[in-house]
Design a protein around this ligand. Structure first.
Ligand code: GLA
Ligand code: ZN
Length: 690
């Protein structure tokens, strides 16, 4: 049973609806503000995020401030009864600053300093940039800290990337000195620098990874990524000093990015670490709906996975969708418009998994530069008579009805473990198949089984407790941090069920291979030893047979394992490892652990987890029958269940709840039949008392 979370700001008693609003791009168009006021009401919005890239409008010349436009935006919001999420403008800065203080500009890994341009192009160590940022943030907090419209700080924008300037190199060396207790010996050991004669004899020899320098020492790569996360958090903490001082009651967030495989280059930060420093999690969701490489349901499952991860970053506290598009983006390979119904469906999905907002990028399309054709609530046409505007207004009306859902969360008995550092280390690992490692996709394939069965799942990072879950699944847990093996042993000994797979328990947190046999510290609890891994070409498969004689295929990876107490529940029936275990089970203490020694096909996962689900009596949050492409998710508090029924297929789909269920349609307030048909991309939110 889940509790209802207190709002992080007292004004947040309902769902937030609105988004990025850039009146600073329209300073010469005074009538636009009047139009916006009108349209914001018509669209049923209540919250705008402003000033995200407003610095050159606020401080056009060094020390010359123009707050009048922002005053007006804040006052108009208050007059409308709306909320403002006020951004600190550090995501991009005025040209005068780069010209006057070149140290604020980032240096790339090739050691070339960037020119002024784009955004997110600052050095996160530069004392000048930190000072300038604190100055402008202090002025904002002094001026607007008590403004009735202000409900939250939006710190910078999508922090990411790194800087390799001399200041950052020094900071990196200091960070390493702390990490390795001032001992170069410790560092040399952790980085295995005997390899290729890489031993360091002085701290000054150490440099960040570079394309024309060092990039093959995995411990260095990993520590650089950790440093980048820590230094970004450090920059963020320096940004919020004046805000914490002057506005201690205004919550602080920064917008994270997803972890879709197609967003790989941007997933630079470890959000597990960052999450501890924000008051509320928010993230920007841009799935490529209607793409030509996967079904809508398959993508919906991936999006659900990410939402379930973000919900757990703060232990179940609802998060915010800080950005999503009401129609299309401008940066996918093909920028497809959301089909009718899709916007409502994807919004309902975010709410279903724990979001307390639907906020857009962007409110109004700009006239020029690279984002002029990015989707927005208000089109260049400038009036509300568009398909997109109507669908946004419909979502706005629905969100008003969903106010009671705010603060409720999801109750899950199954956890899937996702680890940013394993993702980094696996991506860096040379070996395996370079294209087939697919860590995130593998986690999402295991997640699929539960999503298709409407069984709630928490996606958790390794810092979270395992206790309380009936089943914990850790696919490809390549890197194990100190003590994790013991935690799994305790969990299973006390009755937990733990599943892991090939390529787990191979390296410690310095990316050094475990000695004495894989899966390292998980060997005892799994009762197996993994001796070899065989990588297959994409077109190859290997056969395996389970105890009932069912035949399945494995792809990409097959491990040759020895039983050390565990029993085989499936065995390979082809290749030189014919007869060896392809999956095992082991009773340990009062629990049981499982090892899947190959990348089994989906059918195997369905059968394997199907049995476990039955054995453990793991149920959906509410009894229901529907197609696998229909998702039923539940948010609840002590009294009420909020049931989200979503059809991610292109066909009509029947949904059948138990005959005696009493369901109310939250949009209309009317009683809903227990059996109904959802149109393609249809969605409905229902309420039922426990
Ligand atoms: C990101 C940024 C926004 C905007 C959108 C476009 O999420 O934060 O400023 O550029 O992408 O999709
Ligand atoms: Zn720098």
């Amino acid at each position: 049973m889940t509790k209802r979370w207190e709002p992080v700001h007292p004004a947040m008693t309902g769902m937030l609806h609105g988004g990025d609003y850039n009146p600073d791009q329209w300073l010469g168009y005074p009538h636009i503000l009047d139009e916006d006021d009108e349209l914001m009401k018509l669209a049923h919005t209540n919250t705008m995020s402003v000033n995200i890239f407003g610095w050159s409008a606020l401080e056009p010349e060094e020390g010359v401030y123009r707050f009048e436009w922002l005053d007006e935006v804040m006052d108009r919001a208050a007059a409308r009864g709306g909320h403002i999420i006020l951004a600190t403008p550090s995501g991009a800065r005025p040209a005068w600053m780069s010209e006057q203080y070149p140290e604020v500009l980032r240096v790339s890994s090739n050691r070339v300093r960037n020119l002024h341009g784009l955004r997110h192009n600052h050095c996160f160590t530069s004392p000048v940039y930190r000072k300038k940022t604190q100055q402008i943030n202090r002025l904002l907090a002094e001026r607007y800290g008590k403004h009735p419209a202000l409900i939250m700080w939006h710190i910078s924008n999508e922090y990411g990337g790194d800087c390799h300037c001399d200041l950052c190199q020094d900071a990196f060396r200091k960070w390493l000195q702390v990490r390795y207790d001032n001992s170069l010996d410790k560092l040399n050991h952790a980085w295995w620098t005997g390899f290729w004669s890489h031993r360091f004899s002085s701290w000054s020899q150490i440099e960040s990874p570079a394309p024309h320098g060092e990039n093959q020492v995995h411990g260095l790569n990993l520590d650089w990524r950790r440093f980048v996360t820590d230094q970004t958090i450090d920059f963020y903490q320096s940004e919020i000093v004046p805000l914490r001082e002057l506005t201690p009651d205004i919550p602080v967030t920064t917008n994270f990015m997803g972890n879709y495989p197609d967003m790989r280059p941007f997933t630079g930060l470890n959000y597990e670490a960052f999450a501890k420093h924000v008051d509320i999690i928010s993230w920007d969701a841009y799935p490529a709906w209607h793409n030509n490489w996967e079904s809508t349901a398959s993508l919906a499952k991936d999006v659900a996975f990410v939402n379930d991860l973000y919900r757990r970053l703060k232990d179940g506290r609802p998060f915010l969708i800080m950005e999503c598009t009401p129609s299309l983006v401008n940066w996918h390979e093909v920028n497809k418009a959301k089909r009718p119904g899709m916007h409502k469906l994807s919004s309902v999905q975010s709410i279903a998994h724990g979001s307390d907002s639907i906020l857009y990028f962007q409110w109004r399309k700009g006239r020029g530069a690279s984002e002029k054709f990015h989707g927005a609530v208000v089109d260049h046409a400038g009036h509300p008579d568009t398909r997109v505007f109507r669908e946004v207004a419909e979502v706005g009306r629905l969100l008003e009805q969903l106010a009671p859902v705010t603060g409720t969360s999801v109750d899950a008995k199954v956890a899937i473990l996702y680890d940013w550092e394993t993702d980094w280390a696996l991506a860096d690992a040379q070996g395996f198949g370079q294209d087939s490692k697919q860590y995130v996709r593998t986690c999402q394939e295991h997640y699929r089984v539960f999503w298709e069965r409407n069984i709630p799942v928490d996606v958790i990072t390794p810092d979270k407790p395992l206790e309380g879950y009936q089943l914990v699944i850790a696919p490809m847990l390549y890197m194990l941090r100190e003590g994790f093996g013991t935690r799994v042993e305790d969990y299973v000994r006390q009755g937990g069920r733990f599943v892991t797979t090939y390529a787990s328990g191979m390296v410690d947190e310095n990316d050094l291979a475990f000695l004495g046999g894989f899966p390292g510290p998980l060997r005892e609890v799994l009762g197996i030893w993994s001796e070899e891994i065989d990588t297959l070409y994409p077109e190859e498969t290997r056969e395996l047979v389970d105890a009932d004689g069912n035949v399945y295929a494995a792809r990409d990876y097959c491990e040759l394992i020895h039983l050390e107490g565990a029993e085989a529940i499936a065995s390979f029936s082809s290749d030189f490892y014919q007869g060896q275990a392809a999956a095992t089970a082991y009773s340990y203490g009062s629990g049981r652990s499982y090892y899947l020694a190959a990348r089994h096909e989906a059918r195997f996962h369905d059968a394997f987890y199907g049995k476990l689900i039955e054995e453990l009596s793991i149920t959906t949050a509410i009894p229901v029958e529907a197609d696998a492409g229909v998702s039923i998710q539940v948010r609840s508090d002590e009294e009420t269940q909020y049931v989200f029924a979503m059809n991610f297929t292109e066909r009509e789909q029947p949904v059948q709840f138990a005959n005696d269920a009493v369901l109310t349609d939250m949009a209309t307030g009317e009683q809903q039949h227990t059996s109904f048909v959802l149109p393609p991309y249809g969605s409905v939110v229902l309420r039922t008392e426990r």
